[in-house]
Design a protein around this ligand. Structure first.
Ligand code: AGP
Length: 602
């Protein structure tokens, strides 16, 4: 996730762009850059760091010109440094562009362009696009045609802002699976990843759809189809958001926005890893002793991975909370060990310590990380990124479901490499995984009824979350979400454990949330629901079988899917419930008391 802002009009472009970048900083903040055009020449300043610091250090506000584009980066390919910051340019320096998204086939394109004599400065997937347009320009009648031809060759997600010195009156913006919106002014026009970037100047907007591009000049704007090149009729809408609301895309809190971003984030996780998952699976296939280390929500992702690995790849990893691993398992780690560290921030002290210990003892370390260039990526032998984009809310939501997505991809590929599961079944599971974003969208539609449920339950003191098999980690994660933002006591446990103690705590009206997908233990959890009901518990069941409705006070219907993928979808209603309980109890879910986003001390 990155932020883009473009401007063409009569104001100094740099001023509009710097303000816009500040408002988009929540979309990424590891580096930033600006290109402006003046007198047929491009001016580019960019670097690693926060926008305020770069504005001062690089003199963003002294850049000439009345058209330009800015970018704030959240690295996906290439560490955050000055060279990888956007804009990226072609060999001639006449085309500059900024990008939000992931180009899946950039490696092949880069190889092809290198063979044709292009020179690359950065490690980004973005730079490929500039060279590809340059290449197409050699045989196209116009820049627009060259751009379109180049973009038709890209696989993946992209929102782009493009400036070309040969056409001094316009800017190009393109959208495919990454957001982009035009701002329509008087004698000036804007484009950005999100409305707040230009809301100070205009509230008249045109939302681009996927596979559309826009040409904006000072006094005009046109939208065309990327596939046909034909003009698309669009309507101008007026937004009535305040600036603060707009920054959160209209959501009252970042957490809610991040919950709703999950379909997009999961798609990016799939696109971003499709090209490399095979080589990572081949590497980890060599190890029999596998530890998974992580904390909090990331630890719950590790627990889900255990089920995925054992069911598909017939490997049973030992999943340990990193703070325990570092003191308990030292003697078991050696050169034949693989340690998989899961951490969204890449900065959690216990997880980093566990990784360092593993490296010291000669183990191989794979990190699954969201923040590119974070410490975990520097310690690890190899890294898979979750591509969730920055998560501002303290409670992990989209970083969790993207961790699960990457782990599912890894388990499927590992089973393929090892030949431990039926290949046809693995193909089906992979296809079902690519449909998970739509299933999450369906789960999100329960929001209104979950808000009503939260209204009813907001004064309850204790909650129990129960599951079986691969749903046990979902129970743990549902309980963690509730505890950390609503401050209600909650326990997550395997449903089989109920009778061994916790049942004594059940009395009239105590909410029991049962995670009950179809699968080999469905009948068992139905019995656990019955035994809780018999003690007067208030049953909320999450599942795909309608019969759950008859034995529950509230039934949240989930779409049918392979049980192995249910953790990615079933957590969504639990996130939403926790969110609304938090808000109804007067808390700020984005900043829960006593907690920090990353725990950088032991
Ligand atoms: C979850 O909502 C919490 N924010 C917390 O448990 C978090 O998952 C944990 O601190 C681990 O963080 P990491 O993924 O950045 O390592």
């Amino acid at each position: 996730m990155c932020g883009i802002i473009g401007y063409i009009g009569d104001r100094p472009a740099c001023e509009v762009i710097v303000k816009g970048l500040k408002r988009l900083e929540y979309r990424g903040y590891d580096s930033a850059g600006i290109v402006t055009e003046d007198g047929g020449r491009l001016y580019i300043r960019k670097g690693a760091g926060r926008i305020d610091d770069l504005t001062e250090k690089l003199g963003f506000l002294e850049m000439p010109g009345k058209r330009g584009i800015g970018h704030t980066r959240w690295a996906t390919h290439g560490i955050p440094n000055d060279i990888n910051a956007h804009p990226q340019t072609d060999c001639t320096g006449r085309i500059a562009l900024v990008h939000n998204g992931i180009i899946e086939n950039y490696r092949e394109l880069r190889e092809e362009l290198l063979r044709r004599g292009h020179h690359f400065d950065s490690d980004t997937d973005t730079e490929v696009i500039a060279h590809l347009i340059e290449e197409e320009l050699k045989s196209s009648g116009s820049f627009e045609e060259a751009m379109r031809r180049a973009l038709l060759r890209l696989k993946g997600s992209f929102a782009l802002g493009i400036v070309y010195t040969g056409e001094p009156d316009r800017l190009y913006f393109v959208r495919n699976e990454s957001p982009l919106v035009l701002g329509i002014g008087d004698g000036e026009n804007f484009a950005a990843s999100d409305v707040p970037a230009f809301l100070e100047y205009t509230n008249r907007v045109v939302f681009l759809d996927d596979r559309e591009y826009a040409i904006i000049t000072r006094n005009s704007w046109t939208v065309k189809s990327l596939d046909s090149g034909e003009v698309v009729e669009k309507t101008v809408q007026e937004v009535e958001w305040t600036l603060e609301m707009a920054e959160k895309a209209g959501y009252p809190h970042f957490m809610l926005k991040e919950i709703h971003e999950q379909p997009r984030a999961i798609r990016d996780a799939i696109h971003g890893n499709a090209g490399i998952i095979r080589s990572v699976a081949e590497e980890i296939a060599k190890y029999d002793r596998i530890f998974i280390v992580a904390m909090g929500t990331s630890y719950h992702a590790g627990l889900v991975a255990k089920y995925l690995f054992q069911r598909l790849a017939k490997k049973v990893p030992i999943v340990e909370d990193a703070s325990e691993f570092r003191y308990e398992f030292e003697e078991l780690v050696d050169g034949n060990t693989l340690v998989i560290a899961i951490t969204q921030s890449g900065e959690t002290a216990d997880t980093l310590a566990a990784m360092k210990l593993a490296r010291r003892k000669g183990a191989k370390v794979l990190a699954i990380v969201n923040v590119v260039g974070s410490m975990a990526t520097r310690i690890a032998d190899f890294t898979l990124y979750t591509h969730a984009g920055p998560e501002i809310g303290v409670a992990a939501t989209k970083t969790y479901t993207t961790q699960l997505t990457v782990l599912a991809m890894l388990a499927i590929e590992l089973a393929r490499v090892l030949g431990t599961a039926d290949q046809e079944y693995l193909d089906e599971l992979e296809a079902e995984l690519s449909a998970v974003p739509e299933l999450v969208e369906r789960a999100l539609r329960h929001e209104a009824s979950l808000r009503e449920l939260a209204e009813e339950l907001k004064d309850r003191r204790d909650f129990f979350y129960i599951g079986r098999g691969i749903s046990v980690p979902t129970a743990l994660e549902g309980a963690l979400k509730l505890k950390e933002i609503s401050y209600i006591h909650a326990e997550g446990l395997s449903a089989g454990e109920l009778k061994h103690g916790p049942l004594a705590l059940l009395e009239d009206g105590v909410p029991v949330v049962a995670i009950a997908p179809s699968g080999k233990t469905f009948d068992k959890i139905v019995s656990n629901i019955e035994e809780s009901r018999a003690r007067g518990a208030f049953i909320i069941s999450i599942g795909d079988r309608e019969e759950l409705g008859r034995i529950s006070d509230v039934f949240v219907q989930m779409p049918e899917m392979d049980e192995l993928l249910t953790p990615i979808v079933y957590i969504v209603p639990l996130q939403i419930l926790a969110y609304h309980l938090s808000v109804l109890r007067g808390n700020d879910p984005d900043k829960p008391r006593n907690l920090a986003k990353s725990v950088t001390v032991e």
